[in-house]
Design a protein around this ligand. Structure first.
Ligand code: JEK
Length: 267
């Protein structure tokens, strides 16, 4: 996969040289280039922002440097390679579609991704309209909170996508386990020593009974999900659960109706 990132703070993307993603780049599994938007300006001050039409606080990113930068990165991939698929242009924005694991999987199938990191109040909207001729444009939000720019969102998205590329995660069993995770939160994990500062690892994990361990972990997933992310239980298929799992949900205050969980009114 090829990834181009455009930013006025290219040094912000330096962590992509480390760890799993850095190794994937060294191994040639991921060709990632960071571009400085200011290199695509033509004025003496390398200006990238201007005041907003209609008034209001803050500044807006000027369109022409973006068109120059995006034109340059879209053009270089197409050259010589007989391109069929448009590259995907991901534009981090508080007003974007929410970035999810399902979208990470979709994007991991693409040949080229381009990330446009805005700053200030964002990028002149006409850039996104113009870019649709050259890219599949996807405005994306990391979550419902406000960042100062797109760079931190790009770090998260590139890491989430990069680890799905073939050969990037050392142990592909981790990815297989993830894909069977049922949309629940994970169970808690423990390592040695078995007793630490007066706290013992749950005895079942030392029992060697793999059936009991699997059931305990599943029930811990239910307990945590009910406590921290009850919204995830709305999509959970409770239609074919073993009796012990139905009991676990009953104890957490849930009935099962037509295979769906329903929080008991009195719970
Ligand atoms: C890209 C610039 C900063 C800050 C104004 C007023 C309510 C904010 C832009 N999950 C995410 N949160 N934030 C971003 C993100 C932020 C960005 C840029 C992504 C480029 N900024 C900024 C304030 C405002 N708004 C109404 C919301 C706009 C992001 C992602 N991905």
């Amino acid at each position: 996969m090829r990834i181009d990132v455009v930013s006025i703070f290219p040094e912000y993307l330096a962590p992509l040289e480390l760890s799993l993603i850095g190794k994937a780049r060294q191994d040639g599994l991921l060709k990632l280039t960071v571009h400085d938007l200011r290199d695509f300006t033509t004025d003496r001050h390398r200006t990238v922002d201007d005041t907003p039409y209609g008034g209001g606080a803050g500044m807006v990113m000027k369109p022409e440097p973006w068109a120059q930068a995006l034109g340059a990165v879209a053009g270089t991939a197409a050259a010589g390679e007989g391109e069929l698929r448009k590259p995907v242009l991901i534009v981090p924005s508080p007003a974007g579609e929410r970035f999810t694991q399902a979208i990470a999987h979709e994007l991991a199938e693409e040949e080229q991704l381009v990330f446009a990191c805005g700053r200030y109040e964002g990028i002149d909207e006409r850039v996104l309209e113009w870019a649709a001729d050259h890219f599949t444009v996807r405005p994306m939000s990391l979550g419902d909170y406000v960042l100062n720019g797109g760079e931190v969102a790009v770090l998260a998205m590139v890491e989430a996508i990069g680890r799905l590329l073939p050969g990037v995660v050392g142990n592909p069993e981790s990815l297989v386990e993830e894909s069977h995770s049922d949309g629940l939160l994970e169970y808690p994990v423990y390592t040695k020593p078995s007793s630490w500062r007066g706290r013992d690892v749950p005895a079942v994990l030392l029992s060697g009974n793999h059936g009991k361990i699997a059931q305990w972990r599943r029930h811990e997933q239910y307990r945590r999900t009910a406590e921290r992310r009850p919204d995830l239980l709305e999509a959970f298929d409770a239609g074919t659960l073993p009796r012990a799992d139905r009991t676990a949900f009953a104890d957490l205050g849930y009935d099962i109706e037509d295979g769906r969980l329903r929080r008991r009114a009195d719970a």
